[in-house]
Design a protein around this ligand. Structure first.
Ligand code: ADP
Ligand code: TRP
Length: 325
């Protein structure tokens, strides 16, 4: 079973990205053939600065490796290192109806958020379809917000297969069952766009400052409180095992504690949780050549597969002069 997913290099990952997506992607590498890539071509619709694009692309790869992506188990590469995907994208674009793309909510969302109304943003789901179909992917782990794009991919693949024969494997979305919905510092969904996030790799000192600034109600110290739905308790639960969570829940129900103390506990737990990843990241940052080698090896593997699929698609629609049949 081939699992594939892409991550846009549009900024540093936060707690929401990790518990909502990255943690589960990485867990899949143990049992499945996993392909993960940094979607720099998709990011070109929003990042229009050469140095920033290069920095974010490398950062995204380093972050994934630091968080536990094992290049001996999963194939990690950069999207643009597989030009076959862009070629396949054209074959798919030529048969994709405008109506299908007009129904995609992510285009409208992004334009509402202020992104320029460029053609690449409108056709973004077709490049995503090419990403998925180029590797005969079976399963695409994504957050709920991306599920529609996998439906579009299935539509595009089915209509190509219908016209030209069985070329593409029809993929399935895998909306992560263990994904947490992570609240941000204001209790709304954690998101870069709401600026209520804590990045995984910011310094523990900065992280702690943000945790200490989380607004809480003015409950007196001795009053008991229901833990479920409490922002500090919910965040703390992400980082600890069940006994520690139950211990804090009991404290809430007993009363006689202050939020300052819980905030400190949360910051300690978050720091401990990501300590190893911070250490791994420092080593990787000091050895960018090692990261480039991992990406080059990943790209070679990915290209070999994409070249086969592209040849199949080109042959099926007759854009190659294949004299042998
Ligand atoms: P942001 O909202 O910060 O821009 P992205 O949209 O780039 O984040 O998120 C990338 C992926 O991370 C999403 O597809 C989603 O699965 C996951 N994700 C982001 N924020 C959260 C959150 N607060 N809770 C759970 N998952 C999240
Ligand atoms: N569009 C995805 C996102 O914004 C990133 C992505 C690009 C992707 N190509 C993909 C995800 C292929 C899954 C499969 O999060």
């Amino acid at each position: 079973m081939r699992v594939l997913s892409g991550i846009q290099p549009t900024g540093r990952p936060h707690w929401g990205n990790y518990f909502g997506a990255i943690r589960q992607y990485i867990a899949l590498q143990n049992n499945e053939q996993a392909f993960y890539f940094v979607a720099n071509l998709h990011a070109l619709t929003s990042i229009r600065d050469r140095a920033l694009m290069q920095q974010y692309t490398l950062d995204a790869a380093i972050d994934l490796l630091a968080l536990g992506l094992d290049p001996n188990q999963a194939t990690l590469f950069v999207q643009s290192d597989v030009p076959e995907v862009s070629e396949l994208c054209w074959l798919l674009l030529s048969g994709t109806s405008m109506g299908l793309l007009e129904r995609c909510v992510s285009y409208k969302d992004k334009v509402d958020k202020g992104l320029a109304t460029v053609a690449g943003l409108f056709t973004y789901p077709v490049l995503q379809a090419a990403d998925i179909l180029a590797y005969d992917s079976d399963l695409v782990p994504v957050g709920q917000d991306q599920a529609q794009h996998i439906e579009v991919t299935r539509d595009i693949a089915q209509s190509f297969n219908h016209q030209f024969g069985e070329v593409f494997v029809i993929p399935k979305a895998y909306v992560l069952p263990t994904a947490a919905k992570v609240p941000g510092l204001d209790g709304e969904k954690m998101s870069k766009s709401y600026n209520n996030h804590i990045e995984i790799f910011e310094s523990p000192k900065e992280m702690r400052k943000k945790v200490m600034r989380i607004a809480t109600d003015s409950r007196p110290m001795d009053q008991a409180k229901e833990p479920d739905g409490d922002l500090l308790y919910d965040l703390y639960s992400l980082f600890v095992d069940e006994p520690s969570r139950d211990e804090l829940a009991a404290k809430y129900r007993r009363g006689g504690f202050g939020y300052g103390e819980v905030k400190k506990q949360l910051a300690d737990a978050a720091e401990a949780y990501f300590t190893q990843a911070h250490e791994r990241r420092q080593k990787l940052v000091a050895n960018p050549d090692e990261v480039r080698q991992i990406l080059a090896a990943g790209a070679a593997k990915a290209r070999a597969k994409a070249a086969q699929v592209l040849a199949r698609a080109q042959d099926a629609c007759g854009v190659t002069l294949n004299w042998t049949r």
